[in-house]
Write a protein that binds this ligand. Sequence first.
Ligand code: PEP
Length: 249
Amino acid sequence: MRKTLVIGNWKMNGSLAANETLLDALLPAVKGLGGVEIALCPPFPYLSQAGWHLKDSGIALGAQTVNEHDSGAYTGEVSAAMLKELGCRYVLVGHSERRSLYRETDADSAAKFAAAKDAGLVPVLCVGETLAERQAGETEGVVARQVQAVIDALGIAALTDSIIAYEPVWAIGTGETASPEQAQAVHAFIRRLLAEQSEAVAASTPLLYGGSVKADNAATLFAQPDVDGGLVGGAALDADAFALIYQAA
Ligand code: PEP
């Protein structure tokens, strides 16, 4: 049985005061809803603040990226062990904004994925095609390349206890969402790709959809057989919207 999850990615948003308000509103709104895991990924400086608030709430803590090295002269970077020490359970790897704005490659994603696993974190590997790639009929090729880069580097067993998030780049932060059918088609493709290499990994790996998930489209997206929850950006900054998305899952 795969778990269902909703993960909120705050991106580079928030302040001590704004986070306080958001968390105070969110915690009661999601209390008592069982069966679905929920996690929040604040910016690094707010991990302690969020972790303190989320203690005993049942909501897990995650980070938005991680450095692939254990320690050393990597100014500005944060290691997986540091995230673990701060109470993180999840870490996003290869988010499209990291890939496009900071030129992170498939090989970087594989190295970060490995560092996360080594530290006992659950990596959430983000994959997805740009609009130009979709229009050129390259969606499956791009997604397969991004997933396979991790498998080729680390072996299929490394995907045990990990998560894959399909996030079409054209839907992230644009207000444009993949239709439930488009999302299901790519999720089913990823599931088949995994199954060719391990039936067990394919059956147990949650596949999240991300890309302008909102309160009013979450239920139909999450109703798809291969969509196991969502990775939510903008709507995760609104306690009511995020609680509704969580309820939809
Ligand atoms: C994201 O940042 O992973 C994301 C899906 O953002 P949004 O929900 O705002 O499209």
